[in-house]
Design a binder for this molecule. Sequence first.
Ligand SMILES: [Zn+2]
Length: 604
Amino acid sequence: MANKQYLVLARKWRPQAFESVVGQDHITRTLKNAITSGRIHHAFLFIGSRGIGKTTTARILAKALNCLASEEPTAEPCGECSNCEAIAAGNSIDVIEIDGASNNSVEDVRELRDNIRMVPTNARYKVYIIDEVHQLSIAAFNALLKTLEEPPPHAVFILATTEAHKIPATIVSRCQRYDFRRVPVPQIIELLRGILDKEGIAATDEALHAIARAAEGGIRDSESILDELITYCDGEITFKDVFDVLGLVDWQLMHDICDAILAKDVTRQLVLVEEVVTAGKDLTQFVQELLRYFRNLLVSKTANVSELIHLPEEELAALNARAQKISLTNLIRLVEQFAELVNTFDSQLAQRIALESMLIRISKVGVEVSLDTIMEKLIALGQGGLGTGNDGASSATPSAPPATAPRPPATPAPQAATPPPPQAESPPDPTAAAPAESAPAAPAPKARIKVTPENLTRAWGAIITRTSEEDLNLGTWFSRGKALGMEGSTVSLQFSDDNPQAVSFVQDRNNQQAMVEALQRHTTNLESLDITVEEAPATQSRTAASVSSDQPYYPGTNPEEAREVLNDPGVSTVVRVFKGRIADISSVAPTDPLAPDDALDSEE
Ligand SMILES: [Zn+2]
């Protein structure tokens, strides 16, 4: 359907009157007023990014000055007289368009000065439109300055530039300055819709939104994207067409990456990045699109979606479904991480999105985020590792491992095996704040503990904490044992048969091996374990009837004291609010509160 004689839209539909210039009302209104009141300056400076109407406005101004339908300059040039037509076509002998980039020598400007002395042939004014004026050489600027200082009354200069700061102040001060703005998305859409209506071509709203967004406020860019799409599409222009033509990454791939992040599937994430790279997509653009995608997720979770996200229905539904799976805290963290990444790719998009997520944080999740921060601090302090469920008060007990499942020998965290993607240092948890996952970067290795019979109880607590940090499962069962004493490099561990799961776990040879290795990693002098299983004392179950038989063992306290703590309603509330569990119980008052815990770590 593409017409062979096709005239690009930007030229075909170039505005011919001040009223049709889109998005620059502040400028066209001022210009019209100046013309109507007869206060016509001899030099104008048009500043603004490319393709937003500077040259177009300059030509309309030239027509306004020279239109023959009026006795004097008019704010409404007729568009039909010989002058208007010649100017619109770019071949008026009295309106001279100069490209500053290719006519930047002194000779060029001298020639221009000589030319200026001649009175206009068919018009009231000789109009010089110098585009990209910042590219003139210093010598050329000096020559131009002389002209601007004493311009002949029939000369009008319109200087246009994308980079105002490169123009000497002496020039700027002799011009009337006009700052052109990037055009807002709705106005671009309205313009494109108007063009398509005149061309008799259909397009979805979402497609026009996508074009307007991609053009980033530039009229000419939006029109040339539309040009491409008209050539590309047979029927209605759709959202997907825009993606295809612009070489943007397929929307489905965004969903896929999101799903892989939710599933914490690092391999899949890297495979998807590989796909993007292999397809020859621009990574900067991709990262920006990714940020936009997660921003949309955030918006769809927190605000009235239809007004803020302009996507087809089915995409909105897909987005909403995913937004429901991520907690707000994690989503904000994710968006901020992507924004930071985009920042390093140098983009303005990141600023807006950082602002948006901060606003959402302020108004929606202040409490949640601060709790989250507290959790992170607690973990950083090494308080979060002890895996002992509080069956009575907490709904967040760690899931019990299968009692008989042998486990492979523990090896230090295998996370380094697969390189994480740039944003993966704290992958989002699909359910809620995830303490174990969002722990800060791996702490520096701690000094190993020297265990003595005197410090055995405290040292044992520290060993369990460290083991739990590496392997929560192992640490959990480890903690059910009681360190009775030590002889040489062997520590005696006692498990009670009232906890059959723990007994069955520690009797597995693989698990024993893992425990021994943990001892060797974390202590300077323990090499082996002596495990005994003790019958649960009958007296205890009678005198402390309410101590649950599977109440976890807390090294720092006796079972009765522990029971009191576990049954304390205040403690239950804290556990519930923080979605936490009780890691350890110890009494504070009798010991020296200033004694540092790390005193254990005295020896390598
Ligand atoms: Zn005219």
